[in-house]
Design a protein around this ligand. Sequence first.
Ligand code: FES
Length: 242
Amino acid sequence: MSMLTVTIDGKITTVPAGSTILDAAKKLDVDIPTLCYLNLEDLRINNKGASCRICVVEVEGRRNLAPACATPASDNMVVKTNTLRVLNARKTVLELLLSDHPKDCLVCAKSGECELQNLAEKFGIRESPYDGGEMSHYRKDISTSIIRDMDKCIMCRRCETMCNDVQTCGVLSGVNRGFSAVVAPAFEMNLADTVCTNCGQCVAVCPVGALVEHDHTWEVVDALANPDKVVIVQTAPAVRSA
Ligand code: FES
């Protein structure tokens, strides 16, 4: 296998042909933020991604910034990951993502583990300078185990990769165009009405609070505290048929 020599932020490494700039950066422990990128190496599945552009870097000899997750490394490539231009571009990407993102971090189930929130904090972003419409027209879709809140979807499409390529369920895919584009079941059906198996893998890879676990803890607590009250606790189809 031919090897390529890559220099990132002054550090030199070699990577196999076919590697991306991000692969080389990982080898050098150079931190490049990612959002849409999802690499499941063991399964040889790589999210086609390259949609969020948070991972952009400068490549010597190129005019435009390049997404590190989707740009193949080449021999003697020289990359810079922390120039003012790069940091400003990443900050703008975050501000644009936040411009139509619900500002309910205080009550969001993903708060503290949200990759968008963490990056905003890292870049010192407290508000977005971009005014405009907000996606606030999607209803919440609540199935047995999953809550979908598409107002929070950033279209990274990690859940789509997981649902289709890994779990082979084929429930989630990109719907709509432009501002209203989200990942959802076809015809925006309820998850409960699809062949979703409630495996939860989409929840596991969602970087924000668009897909979260349906927590039944309080229903159980309520049932224990009020044994006389009739409480219907839903069970997953697989459990129900057992
Ligand atoms: Fe590279 Fe999204 S992580 S484009």
